[in-house]
Design a protein around this ligand. Structure first.
Ligand SMILES: C[S@@+](CC[C@H](N)C(=O)[O-])C[C@H]1O[C@@H](n2cnc3c(N)ncnc32)[C@H](O)[C@@H]1O
Length: 253
């Protein structure tokens, strides 16, 4: 029998969903039929992120398709998109490294439709998802950081929302992230900056003169990330947004 809206709300509330009414409405809208709805409610009640269950996230003005096991783009990353758009000329080459669903590149391209867009990720599930999102818009490659990219590629804007959670903080993440997003999408090593250091180390070789690397970091990482960028021959600047609780390092070659 079909679940009523009240039953969906009750099931979600019992599972601890804070915004049970809103989520019930989203699930009912997304479910193609009654049995799909029951299955989706069960998945959500089991802790899977709503965006993975309904199959999309609305992020920075674009609808991004998602699937289980792919990092859900965070609202805070709108700062990274905003700072990137400010620095992206109309015909720039933009690379979304560690692209996950491809959300960041897609959002930047919405504002700068003439850019040439490439994206890459090490995780085949993320790559498949990004190919879905960037079909007809940009090429997506699979591989470890720069190794994924075809050479030579003069990059004007390098978006790199790398994993930046310190390993010891992973157990403190909400269960939705811990249990339903791959740890390769979250774990940035001892101080959270291992992947950032690798990206920064290669940036001078890949960025055009004046080209820019943008990465999200935590406040606690500002000093180390800034030193890393300087040590890699880049000129760093840090931008924060209190409302979004976001910090971005912008490093210019
Ligand atoms: C924090 S998620 C960001 C995803 C996406 N950019 C976003 O903001 O929604 C980090 C992503 O980096 C990818 N990743 C981790 N290590 C990588 C590596 N060595 N090379 C390429 N991608 C990597 C993960 O698979 C994951 O998709």
């Amino acid at each position: 029998m079909a679940m009523t809206e009240d039953q969906v709300v009750t099931a979600l509330r019992a599972a601890g969903c804070v915004f049970a009414e809103d989520e019930a409405a989203a699930l009912i809208k997304a479910a193609p039929d009654d049995s799909a709805l029951a299955e989706m409610v069960a998945r959500r009640a089991g802790g899977e992120p709503l965006e993975q269950v309904v199959g999309f996230a609305d992020f920075a003005g674009v609808r991004v398709r998602l699937r289980p096991g792919v990092f859900v783009p965070r609202v805070r990353s709108e700062l990274l998109v905003r700072e990137a758009v400010r620095r992206t000329a109309e015909h720039a080459v933009v690379v979304d490294l560690c692209c996950g669903s491809g959300a960041l590149g897609l959002a930047v391209a919405r504002h700068r439709p003439e850019v040439t867009l490439y994206a890459a990720d090490v995780d085949p599930v993320a790559v498949a998802c990004a190919r879905d999102n960037l079909a007809g818009r940009g090429e997506v490659f699979q591989g470890d950081l720069y190794d994924a990219l075809p050479e030579p590629l003069p990059i004007d804007v390098l978006l790199a929302n790398v994993p930046y959670v310190a390993t010891r903080h992973i157990p403190l993440l909400p269960a939705e992230a811990r249990d339903h997003e791959p740890h390769t999408a979250l774990d940035g090593g001892g101080d959270g900056l291992d992947v950032f250091r690798a990206v920064a180390a290669g940036a001078s070789r890949w960025l055009t003169p004046g080209g820019v690397l943008l990465s999200e970091i935590t406040e606690a990482q500002i000093e180390a990330a800034t030193a890393t960028a300087k040590g890699s021959g880049l000129r760093p600047e840090v931008v924060s947004d209190d409302d979004l609780e976001a910090t971005v390092i912008v490093a210019v070659r």
